[in-house]
Ligand binder design. Sequence first.
Ligand code: AMP
Length: 456
Amino acid sequence: MCGIIGVCNNKEAAKLAFLGLYALQHRGEESVGIVTFDGKEIMGKKDTGLVADVFDEKSLESLKGRAAIGHCRYSTTGSSTLKNIQPFLAVHKNKPIAVAHNGNLTNTEELYDKLEEAGSIFQTSMDSEIIVHLLARTRNGNKKKWVIDVLRQLEGAFSLILLIDDTIVGVRDPHGFRPLCLGKKDGHYLLASESCALDLTFAEFVREIEPGEVVFINKDKIESVFMNEEKPAVISHCIFENIYFARPDSFIFNENVYNVRKKLGAQLAKENNIDADFVMAIPDSGNYAAVGFAQEAGLPFEIGIVRNHYIGRTFIQPTQFLRDFRVRVKLNPIRSVLEEKKIIIVEDSIVRGTTSRSRVAELRKAGAKEIHMRISCPPIISPCFYGIDFPDKKELIASSRTVKEIADFIEVDSLEYLSLEGMLSVMKDSRNFCHACFTGEYPVKIPSNKSKYLLE
Ligand code: AMP
């Protein structure tokens, strides 16, 4: 998963891209990059780490130009190495072709083999590089035409921001798996993964880019074209963006994320309420559904765990003692709230089950008498090939264990998940969502080589 941003025709393009990425940090914490173009010179800076650690006033000043694109990465294809930091930039005919990609292509291997056969030499192990090669090879004549020709060859999930010459191009794949929105500031346009990035740059939200839409933005105008006008695809927004990934203050897929999460929590309470002293969340991911649950159930909402936001990467240490310390320092239970209480704890999802298990153990140590866990989505049983880093099927706890077995593993008194029907019932248009991770029904053909490292 990744966050992407594009700024056109603003003298502070790099600084706005930085602010946008700052707001999108939750979408990728591994590495970050910004590329700018001032009409003559192409500039860029990328590194591993968080947005605020990689860029400072001086580096942003050095990124000149009125056009900028940026990316923060959470790897889903290719390992987390220096060469795989985006935006991926190539200089072609003295002009930039750069790509910032969120999502996963599903025909990576076919395209890669074809390009390699034709002489392309790849520098990274990311599917995103393929797009740059295709663009460079296809460049001829009318820009809108050759860019669309390339995009039509891509399959899978791709929200893209491209910098081609002095044009910023925003793309959403025809299924609309990942979000992408358009904003306006001082009369000029921005593109961002989520609307929270527009808020931080003081830009006005204009609208979401439509599935299959391609917008070409330069200093004079914005033009919108559709990739497959004759053959509209099945809309397949990633439902996990709403459940966990996107920021609750963002507006994606036609709705505010916080509202959706609250509705999921309320629906969960309708399906699986139980008498308890209070409802609490595993922060922060469970907070919003827990509010909805408590309101619907008519139970008090309490904060039973405090999150420490100042946990740094320095804590990633190999010894068991330090790993335990990391769990403790991040989330600490409040004994006086929990002691002798029967609690309902709401979490957004269970993936491997290991963090939930350790949280529950902490709650017990802090004196909770009964722990009833409620999950605001159905059991995750299938991996994602469209851009969420859901592990191998065998690592997904619900793919091989019943709910009762998971409850035993996590050591809760009861465990209930939201039903698939219940989850879909709260979505504005339930037919427009991909729920493959819960059902194994993939809306786009999945790759034969399923490895995240298929290009390594
Ligand atoms: P666990 O109990 O280990 O399954 O961890 C569950 C928590 O990790 C939930 O808040 C999940 O939403 C969160 N999570 C979200 N995405 C992922 C992911 N790709 N891999 C693992 N955990 C994730």
